[in-house]
Structures are given as structure tokens and as C-alpha cells.
Design a binder for this molecule. Structure first.
Ligand code: 13P
Length: 253
């Protein structure tokens, strides 16, 4: 089953508004208007609106890096799904390992964020992945299974058409140490089989599962050949239009 490739640039806590505008304009030049793949950029909240304006006519989507589940209220420091939509966002990353590890977000909280995104019509990108200690002690599949099951708790089958998963092994993020294509494929196939178990095979066949963790121009081609890898969630290499562009224009479609 062929799924439409998707490439997401997670800008994390980088770029001033001006830097973000320049980066968005450069990405729009090389990666706008593509018919056979999707491109999404996730700038910091402060630049979301301006970036959305810059890529408005290019088909490039814009997403936030986190979201609250309430429309408004006394939630200091949070951004509501309505605010993300209002700023021009269409999607949101939830459960990134940096949120889990540094800000102690757990599966219950992440599930609330994900369901909140869906309730307001934002596309959630649910990140899962094991730490090095978990991999070395043979717990990769247990940890990923728990993150997927608890992250998707209460999500209706109909909402899975709008939900994206991302496997990001924590030990591969920002380290230059990508998972091998076999390691990534094994976990992707496992996640897909889990989705088939929780929902049904047809949903599992359609859901897009991205790989993230030191994705670079020189390793994307091998990753994209894998049967269950449908695109990439890119950190560092997405901060440069040339390298992000090369990743998006991977060889071998
Ligand atoms: P790097 O591509 O910098 O390893 O980051 C991956 C990531 O965390 C994307 O969400």
C-alpha cells in the first residue's frame, strides 16, 4: 500500500521571527507546490502566524509544537487549539521526547493534548520512542506499545484518518546517530501491527508513520525505501532550506 510521503520540519526552540520568515521563504521556493508529497513546518509559536502567511499559497502546511486541550481559560503558558488554527496552523506535534523527558509530560497528558487537537480539527502528530537505556535493556517494543496505546486511548477509528505517528528513538535525536534502516523498519512495522490490533488493518495500512532522529540528506534515501517508513520528522536538518529540501526530494519514490 502506497502512502503519501510526509516531511515535517520541527524547528524546536530556534529562530527569531525574522529568521523564521527567511527560512519559510527559502523552503517555499524549493519545496512549494509539490503534488506527490506533503511538507509541514513547525516553527515556534511566536512565528507561527507569519510563517503561515509566507507559505499560504504553496501547499506547505504549518503546525505547532504542542497544544492544550481547552479552547481558552486559565492555563498560563499554554496555547489552545483555536489559537493554533487562528494563527494559520493545521497540525500539532504532541508527545515529543523533549516534552516527555524535560517537561515530564506523561502518556495521560499527551493523550489529552492529542484528543484536544482532534476535537478542534488539528492534525496530531504523536511521537513515540525509547531511550537508550530502554533499548539496551530490551524494552523498546514494550515502551513503544505503551506510548501508542495510552497516547491513542479514546481516539475513535474515524479520527485515525487524521492522525499521524512518529517513531523517534530518543538516542537518535540530535546525536547524529540515526537508527539503522532495519531498526527503524522493525519498530515501524510493529507500530503498524499495533494499530491494526487496536483498530483494523485498513486503518493501519493508511496511517502514516514518520521516522525521526538525526535524519539527514545522506540517510533519507535508505530510510524511505523501507516499507513502513512514510516520511520523516526532522530537527536540525530542517533548519536549513537546502538540507530540508534534499530530504524532501529524496531519491527513490
Ligand atoms: P534531529 O533531526 O535534530 O535529530 O531531531 C529530531 C527530532 O527531534 C524531530 O522532532
Amino acid at each position: 500500500m502506497k502512502r503519501r510521503p510526509l516531511f515535517v520540519g520541527n524547528w524546536k526552540m530556534h529562530t527569531t521571527v525574522l529568521d523564521a520568515c527567511h527560512l519559510a521563504a527559502d523552503i517555499a521556493k524549493t519545496c512549494g507546490g509539490l503534488q506527490d508529497r506533503d511538507v509541514l513546518v513547525a516553527p515556534p509559536f511566536t512565528a507561527l502566524n507569519q510563517v503561515a502567511h509566507i507559505v499560504a499559497e504553496t501547499g506547505i502546511l504549518v503546525g505547532a509544537q504542542n497544544v492544550c486541550w481547552e479552547a481558552q481559560g486559565a492555563f498560563t503558558g499554554e496555547i489552545s487549539p483555536l489559537m493554533v488554527l487562528d494563527a494559520g496552523g493545521a497540525a500539532v506535534i504532541v508527545g515529543h521526547s523533549e516534552r516527555r523527558r524535560i517537561f515530564y509530560e506523561d502518556n495521560v497528558l499527551i493523550n489529552k493534548r492529542l484528543r484536544g487537537a482532534l476535537a478542534f480539527g488539528l492534525i496530531p502528530i504523536l511521537c513515540v520512542g525509547e531511550t537508550l537505556a530502554e533499548r539496551e535493556s530490551g524494552q523498546t517494543f514494550t515502551v513503544v506499545e505503551e506510548q501508542v496505546r495510552e497516547g491513542l486511548a479514546g481516539v475513535e477509528a474515524a479520527d485515525m484518518a487524521d492522525t499521524i505517528l512518529a517513531y523517534e528513538p530518543v538516542w537518535a535525536i540530535g546525536t547524529g546517530q540515526t537508527a539503522t534502516k532495519e531498526q527503524a523498519q522493525d519498530v515501524h512495522a510493529f507500530i503498524r501491527s499495533l494499530i491494526a490490533e487496536i483498530y483494523e488493518k485498513d486503518i493501519a495500512d493508511k496511517v502514516r508513520i514518520l521516522y525521526g532522529g538525526s535524519v539527514k540528506p545522506d540517510n533519507i534515501d535508505a530510510l524511505m525505501v523501507q516499507k513502513d517508513i512514510d516520511g520523516a520528522l526532522v530537527g536540525g536538518a530542517a533548519l536549513n532550506a537546502e538540507s530540508f529540501g534534499r530530504i524532501i526530494h529524496f531519491q527513490g519514490i
